[in-house]
Design a protein around this ligand. Sequence first.
Ligand code: LLP
Length: 449
Amino acid sequence: MQKTVNQSILPYTARINEQNHLEIGGCDTVELVKKYGTPLYVYDEEGIRTCCKHYKDAFSAYGDVLILYASKAFMTRAVCKIMKEECLGLDVVSGGEIYTAMNSGFAMQKCYFNGNNKTPEEIELALYCNVGRITVDNFYELELLNKIAAEKEITANILLRITPGIECHTHEYIKTGQIDSKFGFDLAQLEEAVLKIKTDYNNLSLKGLHAHIGSQIFEKDVYVDLVGIIAEQYAKIKQKYGMEFTEINLGGGIGVKHTEEDDPISIYEFAEVIIPALNENIKKHNLERPKLLLEPGRSIICNSGVTLYRAGSYKQVTDGRKYIAVDGGMSDNPRPSMYQAKYTALVANKVNSNNEETVTIAGKYCESGDILIEAIKLPAISPGDIICIPATGAYNYSMASQYNRAPRPAAIIVHKGRSDVIIKRESYQDLISFDVIPERLAKSGFSCI
Ligand code: LLP
């Protein structure tokens, strides 16, 4: 079966060049660092596009499908442009994501708005931009959305998010399908929600159900269960209320390879699980064929992104481990400290040199927990060497902070020997640009010395 981009630690176009340097998108990473500095997020355009094509190709056998890129994984206006060119839609979860999509010229009908606490302002914005669907998460939101839509004299097209009661093996913080979750209606509440829409909420048009069971999932069976559970609900609602749903949204979630131990399924395997499960359930329950929606984020973008750092100080603990510190850490990659996420690394300016020592890669921020990788065997590292941590394209920039007043790094995209900035590096000036000194403090002549 064809391997897909999420199954390789390094980006699709990565290779080692004659200088023993890591090259991505035809660009030598050593030269990229000279040009753009470190830390630096580097994105492989061909890898991202290939992944989008794999999704479309793998699921085309089902028929009517729309792949919505989950923008929370990494969103910039340039990424929106690529998704638009690749004919994907967007899963958006905030006013900021809606605004970014709109500002990049995205077809807003292909934006689907998710979230467990959409504010009235965000709902207004979503309706103003005419997003394709709003996925309603709870009873409060049903009422709020109906009220706002009624004031505007429009009908909002919606899906209902359900928690199907499926537990998957992933980190506790990124599980979402279990019954006790902050997201969605549990199955016991679903009928009441449907009935309310049918009888009370005249400004809502319900198109189907949505579920997202979690993220970084390596199992297949959970998706078969998910399709079965949702299809059963479709059948029940059709039988009881005569409503035939026209769409089904199965969320995102398939895993990616960060280290040799990870063994994620390919996008084609994913399709080979989903499509037969849908076909069987459609037949079993005698349903109209709903349009299939999927919301992959990580599996589209993660393995096309790497982070480049410069090695700086090092420390050999007496009778203990050796630390190599890089010029970034938990502010540009909070995942190891937040989810105990595991990564691998390579030395981008001497990729194929012999691995000589076992080191711990530490970040530079003021927390002992700011460790990017525990115990990895690498070539002997000197200050100034370039450390590359691959498979950092998802949920890193989007969760980056300015902790310790660290300016957030730049992100660039590489393609066929060309490199372009897609997010500028923040400067110290940027850091203070939102600070305000109240006039009374500015005027005060008091000084403690
Ligand atoms: N749809 C919904 C409703 C979601 O909540 C998510 C992710 C996705 C789609 C996309 O899932 P993906 O295909 O990327 O797994 N910050 C965490 C991940 C949080 C995921 C939140 N929801 C991390 O760094 O692992």
